[in-house]
Design a protein. Structure first.
Lengths: 94, 142
């Protein structure tokens, strides 16, 4: 089964762990499922809110890289209007 | 819900052919990890072709390296649910993902390779990271 893709026909980022930055204070890290007119659909999503005390966004992303993502949402749709950028987690931390 | 066993059989076989021992129950996991000594690699298998489809051949490549773990065991996420859940209890603060790879030394996780560090990468690139980790953590002990 080497190299076998179980779910062909999906968008390029399908199944990839991404960092979704919003126009607001929140950054989401989760597994990209798809994007449609409703927004971006993610699974197993961790959340960083720059508006609350705690780790900086960079520290949060480094922690996600080392220890994995502590999901706050099993499934989450981020409305299209809130999405500023989407990139792979590995590209954010290297 | 687990996939049809016939569908995942080749994915299991890919692991056992390279010498990995399957842990299919919590008792199996406790027996292997409960008082673990020396070096061990735990591969959390997955049906996901995006990541596991490259992780398995990557591990096969990495295990050809001179320095490698003394034992390789595997649990299958989504298939052997009880065994996978129990294995994850041994991974301390590392969050579950699949596929993923834990390197253990004397019962301690010394490095954890998460799904996001596997997905979208070639088997050769993943194997290079693994062999570097073997050298870093296991060189003096094998």
């Amino acid at each position: 089964m080497a190299g076998h893709v179980f779910h062909p026909g999906h968008q390029e980022l399908h199944g990839v762990t991404v960092v979704l930055e919003t126009h607001g204070s929140k950054t989401y890290v989760g597994r990209f499922d798809s994007q449609d007119e409703r927004g971006v659909h993610l699974h197993d999503v961790g959340v960083h809110d720059a508006g609350t005390p705690g780790l900086s966004k960079e520290e949060f992303l480094k922690r996600c890289d080392k220890f994995g993502i502590r999901p706050e949402h099993r499934d989450l749709t981020v409305p299209t209007g809130e999405v500023a950028r989407i990139g792979r987690l590995v590209d954010h931390v290297r | 819900m687990p996939y049809n066993p016939a569908l995942v059989a080749p994915m299991r076989q890919e692991m056992t052919i390279m010498g990995a021992r399957e842990l299919t129950s919590a008792a199996d996991v406790d027996s292997a990890l409960g008082d673990q000594r020396g070096t061990m690699l735990v591969f959390v298998n997955s049906v996901c072709g995006c990541a596991a489809g490259n992780a398995r051949p990557a591990l096969r490549l990495a295990l050809q390296h001179a320095v490698k773990p003394a034992e390789v065991v595997t649990v299958f996420a989504g298939q052997d649910v009880e065994a996978t859940s129990r294995a994850r209890q041994y991974f301390a603060e590392y969050q579950p993902s699949s596929p993923s790879i834990a390197l253990l030394k004397d019962g301690e996780v010394v490095q954890f390779v998460h799904r996001h560090q596997i997905e979208g990468r070639s088997p050769q690139a993943i194997a290079a990271d693994l062999t570097a980790a073997f050298d870093r953590h296991f060189a003096a002990t094998v």
